[in-house]
Design a protein around this ligand. Sequence first.
Ligand code: CTP
Length: 130
Amino acid sequence: MTTVITFGTFDLFHIGHLNILNRASELGQHLVVGVSSDKLNAHKKGRLPLYPQTDRMKIIQSLKCVDTVFLEESLALKTDYILRYSADILVMGSDWQGRFDHFSSLCQVIYFPRTPSVSTTAIVETIKGT
Ligand code: CTP
């Protein structure tokens, strides 16, 4: 069985999120998704996600292509998560190109091109501007 792991905030769930999760799931038989915690986002992006972590996790867990969801509480624990779930492949979007290459001693690292023209930040900016 090939296990695939990916990480993200997945706030204001949109088509770019669905596309990468579907593509990641097609690489194996088991897709594990680390949903980053509210606290981690506040630290990383300087603001809290609009949807709380429990809601973001529920949405991701409800997708047909997703098998396991966990809360990503620290960026420093990526190695632990990869080992804990025995991941064979790590998938990230191309905005992370090159930044996860050091995990290639643990698993295969694959970057998929981002879905063009959509992001949580852009959605928030559009709504704010109206
Ligand atoms: N992603 C993607 N295509 C998009 C947006 C996101 O493939 N148009 C991927 C990212 O590369 C990442 C995952 O979806 O692997 C989760 O991304 P996340 O940061 O939660 O979503 P964004 O919309 O990029 O959020 P933000 O604008 O806050 O950075």
